[in-house]
Design a protein around this ligand. Structure first.
Ligand code: FCB
Length: 447
């Protein structure tokens, strides 16, 4: 791969560019019964037989709830400018509405202050999928009321932490918490109903809009925005049916979220395709949804390679342990397309990374050359987009730690640090050392 051969330095990125790592609450915290936390839809989902590959759950995960100080020390050693984490709504409002559980909010206050004390900027996400179970019992995201509950929760967090957080993202990847969860059945609550999924997607976006309004009204310092997972779609061939498949993929994965957020409308082609299953959009919804964001967070892992038979695979392609194609060019193409097609605010790459079947071995460092190559090529792709005029201001490696990878349980490792789950030791990987060298200014050796 030619891109990874040229050593990268911070000078390859725009001045002020922020480098960080990302995690999320349910994937690392554990301590699901502590300090008044209520149950979330993931606690329930993990208990349903067959949902999680290794039958595991986030009950203990990386035990970060107890080890957070040690983890922040590691972040400091890593040399990051910023750390992206999420807050568990059920720690803060155990039933999803009503009184605040102070102990839950206190945890995130300690975390935020701990980051600031170490000179690391806190980037928070309000919703990384752990919906309080009582809200699911009342209909979950397909119920419009959930959007109003979310806005209330957003206000609670922004009131307490909005002057100390550098950034607050409302939602992480609404595609996952709607279509993947309510239509494709892979994530909690595991349903298979397109109508419910499209209602969920609309109410997530509405919840974002309402939360932005609540938080803006407080006038706090944090930048406010949203995080989307986007995968540029490429047709497997010039054939009309493959081109149509690519257009559908682009609509289903990307435009269904980008168009309402940045144009104030749903894409007409998909609206027609979805027919009777489209959501109930009420007067004023789209104005709320399209309100100004200070940033757009982009999570990029791979592209969509579309063909009418859904079977085509690009020739000679390389895949990660998730069976996701390694395709750094897609990240440059995606960023340039966002700039060209939408009036987007400054962009942050809020997640990017790769799973490989790492093994601890006997040395002090875990060797993960494929992940180093992945990071090198994707960071080069970001630098290239910046050179092409995209206003991209930060990059967060997914993830700091190996963690609970949702339906894949602990069977997929994404960390810069290896986690030995039997002992909870954190062990540096080569990729962590590589990132550290980039961040701390030491020249990065070609891999
Ligand atoms: C993203 C999620 C994140 C992690 C990565 C691999 O879709 O936001 O929690 O699971 O994928």
């Amino acid at each position: 791969m030619t891109r990874s051969q040229k050593p990268l330095t911070r000078q390859d990125f725009p001045s002020g560019f922020v480098f960080g790592t990302a995690t999320s609450s349910y994937q690392i915290e554990g301590a699901v019964h502590e300090d008044g936390r209520g149950p979330s839809i993931w606690d329930t989902f993990c208990r349903e037989p067959g949902r999680i590959l290794d039958g595991s759950s986030g009950d203990v995960a990386c035990d970060h709830y107890h080890r957070w100080e040690e983890d922040l020390d590691l972040l400091k050693e890593l040399g990051v400018d910023a750390y992206r984490f999420s807050l568990a709504w059920p720690r803060i409002q155990p039933t999803g509405s009503g009184a605040v559980n102070e102990a839950g909010l206190d945890f995130y206050e300690r975390l935020t202050d701990g980051l600031l004390a170490r000179g690391i900027k806190p980037y928070a996400t309000l919703y990384h999928w752990d919906l309080p179970q009582p809200l699911q019992d009342q209909g979950g995201w397909p119920a419009r009321e959930t959007a109003y509950r979310f806005a209330e929760y957003a206000r609670i967090v922004a009131e307490r932490l909005g002057d100390r957080l550098a950034s607050i993202a409302t939602l992480n990847e609404p595609w996952c918490s709607s279509l993947l969860s309510y239509e494709l059945g892979e994530h909690a609550p595991g349903l298979r109903d397109r109508r419910l999924a499209l209602a969920a997607a609309h109410h997530l976006l509405l919840g974002h809009g309402l939360a932005m309004e609540e938080m803006r009204a407080l006038g706090k310092k944090a930048d406010l925005g949203i995080v989307l997972n986007l995968s540029p779609a490429y047709a497997a061939s010039e054939k009309a049916e493959d081109q149509a498949a690519a257009r559908f993929s682009d609509g289903y994965l990307n435009r269904w979220f980008l168009d309402p957020l940045f144009r104030g409308e749903y894409p007409a082609d998909l609206w027609e395709t979805f027919g009777e299953q489209v959501p109930d959009v009420q007067a004023g919804d789209l104005d709320l949804i399209r309100a100004k964001n200070d940033f757009l967070g982009v999570n990029y892992y791979t592209r969509a390679y579309a063909s009418a038979d859904r079977q085509a695979r690009p020739e000679g392609a390389e895949y990660t342990h998730m069976d996701w194609e390694v395709f750094p060019q897609g990240l440059t193409d995606l960023l340039v397309r966002l700039k060209d097609d939408y009036p987007v605010p400054p962009i942050l790459i809020t997640e990017n990374g790769a799973a490989y079947p790492d093994e601890r071995g006997t040395g002090s460092t875990v060797h993960d050359p494929a992940r180093v190559a992945y990071y090198a090529s994707h960071l080069a792709a970001v630098a290239e987009a910046a050179q092409k005029g995209v206003d991209v201001r930060g990059y967060f490696a997914w993830s700091m730690l190996d963690n609970f990878e949702w339906a894949w349980g602990y069977e997929r490792r994404f960390g810069l640090f290896y986690v030995d789950y039997a002992t909870q030791e954190r062990i540096w990987k080569d990729s962590g050392r590589w990132y550290q060298a980039l961040l701390t200014g030491a020249p990065v050796a070609a891999d």
